[in-house]
Ligand binder design. Structure first.
Ligand code: NAP
Length: 282
């Protein structure tokens, strides 16, 4: 079994990226809008700020009260759409229930949509003309590429069909010639799918959901889940200790997909920066 070490891949990529950034006449700018005080969001926003500071990006954190009106949030999005120092931005999810996330996400100019969630970027991905792709699925693709893991012709099984992970990943995998099964809570006999997977991706949000008996020998296991246990520790959706005995490759949690997600956000911001520099109209 070999570990798919997201931390190492990110570190190597950041070393090269930092060098490129140091040669630019203006730092790439990333902004995050946070609404309310969701504790997990606090952690994720701090992680993004740390990444941006480490790379020399400009970082803008806009924190809004829980009861902010949707219109007010949309106005702030418009301002960022027109801000020449901000190349990419995102609205940290979840947002309060009185605000429609679909409307919010689609207000972001697709050229600054570093989360890849606008209809334009999602649609382009389905058409294999992708530009800015959701960070976690793209991170999984880059991790597999780094370890020279072939995708073409493979049975790829994804458990979880969220807009953020499962759906865009199914498109990326299809575009890379995998045969994809996208499973979810209504899938009949889930195990019959997971046991057939050459590459199994699990994004469910339930600790140790996938066990040794659910996977086939030598499968590649990608664990997207991040679950906080009552003792404060983190674990994935895969029972790492038992599954690693059967896997050819497996991601650790933490240190796997989460690291790649941060790396892709930096990459998308730089991509958006280069686009703005070439004077594409926003
Ligand atoms: P989500 O929106 O809650 O979606 C969960 C998916 O799992 C849904 O499609 C759901 O099916 C499916 N599911 C739930 N119970 C199931 C069951 N018993 N059998 C089969 N499928 C089941 O979650 P998400 O945003 O994709 O996140 C999933 C996990 O990944 C969470 O732990 C999250 O924290 C983590 N995550 C990590 C990163 C990272 O960077 N590592 C990034 C994003 C998310 P239905 O659609 O039928 O309800």
């Amino acid at each position: 079994m070999e570990l798919l070490d997201g931390k190492r891949v990110k570190k190597e990529f950041f070393e090269k990226l930092k060098e490129e950034i140091s040669k630019l006449d203006r730092a790439p700018g990333l902004a995050v809008i946070q609404v309310g005080n969701d504790p997990a969001s606090e952690v994720y926003v701090r992680q993004k700020e740390k990444m941006a500071n480490g790379l020399g990006y400009l970082f803008k954190h806009i924190k809004l009260n829980e009861d902010v009106k949707e219109e007010e949030l949309l106005n702030i999005i418009d301002e960022l759409n027109n801000d020449d120092n901000i190349d990419g931005f995102l609205v940290q999810m979840p947002i309060p229930k009185h605000i429609n996330p679909y409307v919010v996400q689609n207000r972001i100019n697709y050229l600054k949509d570093v989360d890849g969630l606008t209809d334009i970027n999602m649609g382009a991905l389905v058409h294999n003309k992708e530009f800015l792709v959701a960070c976690t699925p793209q991170g999984i693709m880059d991790l597999l590429e780094y370890y020279n893991i072939d995708i073409s012709g493979k049975n790829v099984v994804i458990v979880g069909r969220s807009d953020l992970v499962g759906k865009p990943l199914a498109s990326l995998m299809t575009n890379s010639n995998a045969t994809v099964s996208l499973c979810h809570s209504k899938t009949n006999n889930l195990k019959s799918f997971t046991k057939r997977a050459d590459i199994l991706v699990v994004a469910v949000g339930k600790p140790n959901f996938i066990k040794k008996e659910d996977v086939k020998n030598n499968a590649v296991i990608i664990d997207v889940g991040i679950n906080r246990l009552s003792d404060g520790s983190l674990c994935g959706d895969v029972d790492f200790e038992s599954v690693k005995e059967k896997a050819s490759f497996i991601t650790p949690v933490p240190g796997g997909v989460g690291q790649m997600t941060v790396m892709e956000l930096a990459k998308n911001t730089y991509k958006a920066y280069k686009l703005l520099k070439t004077n594409v109209k926003h």
